[in-house]
Design a protein around this ligand. Structure first.
Ligand SMILES: [Cu+2]
Length: 152
């Protein structure tokens, strides 16, 4: 019985290690980067969603700077803030809903904002580049709901 348990455990461990290995495309030492950033000098950036846009087309962030990105949806429809390449290029501390709680996750691909919803993304930019952000609901992207998230 003990031996069987140990075999199962070894299998589990191997699958965890291989899963981690497959996910090497996002910032794996995000925890260290987040810890060493200066959160007392955090900059707050607000993005107000319109009916079919993020208000502005370009958002610029600096490598190493700590940010709170406030996403606010005061339009009449729900919207996504989909940016898989951008989320891979940042060290995420947490995503916070000010009334419901917070999520601490190393990586995700999209955030969904309900009507009158707000989510705050706490992060540190790591990899320089230009990354698209867009809404995946219906024809919203074709209507113009996309932008560029720039890390420099
Ligand atoms: Cu949308």
């Amino acid at each position: 019985m003990k031996r069987l348990f140990s075999i199962v455990l070894t299998g589990l461990l191997a699958s965890v290690i291989s899963t981690n290995h497959a996910a090497e495309d996002y910032i794996t030492n995000a925890g260290e980067i987040v810890k060493s950033a200066n959160w007392e000098k955090m900059e707050t950036v607000t993005i107000n969603f319109d009916e079919y846009s993020y208000g502005t087309e370009r958002f610029v962030f600096k490598v190493g700077q700590a940010y709170k990105l406030q996403l606010k949806n005061q339009s009449k429809k729900k919207h996504y803030f989909t940016a898989p390449e951008f989320y891979k290029a940042i060290a995420t501390r947490k995503v916070q809903s000010n009334k419901d709680g917070e999520i601490k996750a190393p990586y995700f691909t999209a955030l969904e904002l309900m009507v009158n919803g707000q989510l705050d993304l706490y992060f540190v930019p790591v990899t320089k580049g230009e990354y698209p952000v867009y809404c995946t609901i219906g024809d919203h992207r074709d209507e113009g709901m996309e932008g560029r998230l720039i890390i420099q």
